[in-house]
Structures are given as structure tokens and as C-alpha cells.
Design a protein around this ligand. Structure first.
Ligand code: SF4
Length: 237
């Protein structure tokens, strides 16, 4: 079957352990206020690839993966194309390449469990810690995410949780406490990463003629991130 791909990163160190090829899937059901990839939203766009073509691409970089690296599939939202990503991960496992899924978890479908059975690591960006905020600021459903994370826990797949720090929106200590409480409720949690809000996406929004509602919000200062990471460290002890 075919997959609809937004873009590739040949060798990245930010989306999972070690050096990794990152495949960004096209299409996303959410509309996070702080999204830096609005060009990944529309499902009908994207370049068409077979899973075998992507495996051939990954094999060129296999010597650099070492013991921890591999392929991360991100987005957009990879769970929208779960059947395709499952086929891709199966082929990667046949080549002894490790797989990671970078997702919001905000999708439900019968194809997700088979995909997770071929996933070595789940990286889940928990957008907001309450149902009301999740709906208001991303358009998604937190309950769907929690069900997804429960399935990941049942399958005992290592879990990394991510959360974006947006000044005035998610930068309070209380918000971090709530995110940490959700993350810690899953026994397979390995770490939580806080990511700073950035505005490198402004030109993309301008080119696409879409209003960026956080245009006047400042980027997350390093000292805020440092302070929240200290709070998080205490919560995780
Ligand atoms: S899940 Fe990711 S790609 Fe989708 S809207 Fe949110 S930030 Fe953008």
C-alpha cells in the first residue's frame, strides 16, 4: 500500500534515542494552536511512497544507527495512516531496524494495536492536561489519548512523554504538575521532555494565508524551560 509523506529527515538526534531517520507523515486531525507544521495538516497532499521504498532509504543509513538508533515515524499524525506505518515497521523489523512512533495519540482505529506490536518506542506529545483545554486549544479529545496510552502500557512499550511550553498557556508549574501526574500514571513511562514554543513557522503560516493565533506570544525563554525542568525533576523523584 502507499503512504502519504510530508518530508524526511535523513539523520536526526531529536526524535528518539541515537541517530535516526525521521519520516514525517502527511495529514493531522488536530489543530494545535502552536503547530509549527500547518503544511502537514491536509491529508490529501504529500508525496506517495511505498513502505518498501522507505525501507530502502533507511537501509542506506543503517550503519549509523548503532545499538539505539533507527527510524522514527512522526507527523502530521502517523496514526491516521496506521495501516501503512504498521507495514513499514514490520519491514523495518525484518531488517533489524528499531522503530519509534512520535504521535499525539489522539486517533482511534483498529489498525493501531497491530502497529504497536511492531513499535519499539512510543513518543507521545500530551498537548494539554485537561479535557477542556485539549478540546479548546488542539481540537482533539484527551480521553482518546488516554485510551491510546493505556494500550501502549498494556503492550509494555517504553513511553516518552513530550509537552510544549507556551508562555501564558502551558508555562505554569501547576500545568507541569498535571502533565507529570498523567504521565506518571503509566508504568511504562521512561521520561518526560519539555519542548520550548518557537515561532520559526511564521513564514509558513503567511505563505499559506492562515492566521497564526500565537503570533504575538513570545518564544519560550530558556530560563522558563530550566525552571520547569527543575520542577519536573522533583516531581519525578
Ligand atoms: S499534532 Fe502536531 S502536526 Fe498536528 S496540529 Fe498538533 S502540532 Fe501540528
Amino acid at each position: 500500500m502507499n503512504g502519504y509523506i510530508h518530508s524526511f529527515q535523513s539523520m536526526g538526534a531529536a526524535d528518539g534515542p541515537g541517530l535516526r531517520c525521521v519520516v514525517f507523515m502527511q495529514g493531522c486531525p488536530l489543530r494545535c494552536l502552536y503547530c509549527h507544521n500547518p503544511d502537514s495538516w491536509e491529508s490529501s497532499l504529500g508525496a506517495v511512497y511505498t513502505a518498501r521504498e522507505i525501507v530502502s532509504r533507511a537501509l542506506r543509513f543503517k550503519p549509523y544507527f548503532g545499538k539505539t538508533g533507527g527510524v522514527t515515524v512522526s507527523g502530521g499524525e502517523p496514526l491516521l495512516q496506521a495501516e501503512f506505518v504498521c507495514e513499514l515497521f514490520k519491514l523495518l523489523h525484518k531488517e533489524e531496524i528499531k522503530t519509534a512512533l512520535d504521535t499525539s495519540g489522539a486517533v482511534s482505529s483498529d489498525h493501531i494495536k497491530p502497529l504497536l506490536e511492531h513499535t519499539d518506542l512510543v513518543i507521545c506529545d500530551i498537548k494539554f492536561p485537561t479535557q477542556q483545554q485539549y478540546k479548546k486549544y488542539s481540537g482533539g479529545n484527551l480521553d482518546t489519548v488516554l485510551k491510546f496510552l493505556t494500550l501502549v502500557q498494556e503492550l509494555d512499550i517504553p513511553l516518552w512523554v513530550r509537552h510544549v511550553i507556551v508562555p501564558g498557556l502551558t508555562d505554569s508549574k501547576d500545568n507541569i504538575r498535571q502533565i507529570a501526574a498523567i504521565a506518571k500514571s503509566f508504568s511504562n513511562l521512561k521520561k518526560i521532555e519539555l519542548l520550548p514554543f518557537r515561532k520559526l513557522c511564521l513564514s509558513k503560516y503567511e505563505q499559506m494565508g492562515i492566521e497564526f493565533s500565537l503570533a504575538d506570544v513570545p518564544e519560550c525563554p530558556p530560563e522558563t524551560l530550566k525552571s520547569l525542568n527543575e520542577t519536573l525533576d522533583k516531581l519525578l523523584k
